[in-house]
Write a protein that binds this ligand. Sequence first.
Ligand code: ATP
Length: 293
Amino acid sequence: MSKIRVRAHAKINLYLDVVGKRDDGYHNLATVFHSIGLHDDVIIRRRAEKGITVHCEHPGVPCDSRNIAYRAAQCISAAVGGIGGLAIDIHKRIPVAAGLAGGSANAAAVLHGINKLWALGFTQDALMRLGAQLGADVPFCLHGGAALGQGIGDRLTSLPALPEVPLLLLNPGIDISTAAVFKNLNFRLTTEKKEGIIIKTHVEKRDIVGIGKNLYNLLEVPVFSKHPEVAALKTQLTTQAGCYGALMSGSGATVFALMQDTAAAQRSESHFKNRVGFCTTTVTYPVGVSIDN
Ligand code: ATP
């Protein structure tokens, strides 16, 4: 086999609280992640020539060593003392800098794909440890499905993945830097809110109405105050027929709604289609990366 095609799934956060600030400047989180059907395609090929190349048409994605997929290839190659030349092609569907962990998903796909293509034999846990060196969301993207994330989001406890819940995703087309959002967070040390535990219980019970009522993201505070249009989109989503609840994902600016059924999601999609930068329907998904043959 000389090439492998991997689906790199985006994630949403059903809950995100900041529970502490660390000496290294990072924040400790309590978050509930879920993978979603929306994915990029990542194709990895062996090359006779040495070195790593990255190709991606998206204007917001660098194709050199700044690309997290490039760094993932470097990282796993270094861990085994070198694997020779390879080329990475990324077909982007996940909006960039949108709170959906598009870059982290690409890095996870590269680690997973190289491990398979070169038959390196890393276990899932070992790949997740490599992933943690690249970014806080990479371990979850490898884990996939649903999980509670603690620490900087990299300490994961598995939760049962939800069945396919229809989702509507909207992004007003503003790129948001995660680092800037955390910098603008007027941080007060909060104790972990009990809603975090409640939403975990609703996920375990697969109670979509309960999840919809308990969606929470502390990062909405700094993002909504700087970008009121994101808050307005969330309000509009909440008032759609068949919406169980809406929330901003991660550090934004994507907002998502849990919808009662596919028909309701599609009706809302046609309402928003020509009014926002990005609008799509998708579903909650059981895996983060998968080989696409
Ligand atoms: P998170 O939810 O993990 O904070 P995000 O979805 O907000 O991530 P990304 O889409 O991962 O953000 O992109 C963040 C930045 O990373 C962008 O500025 C982008 O240029 C850069 N980047 C590097 N590699 C990639 C990649 N493979 N895909 C997308 N962005 C990348």
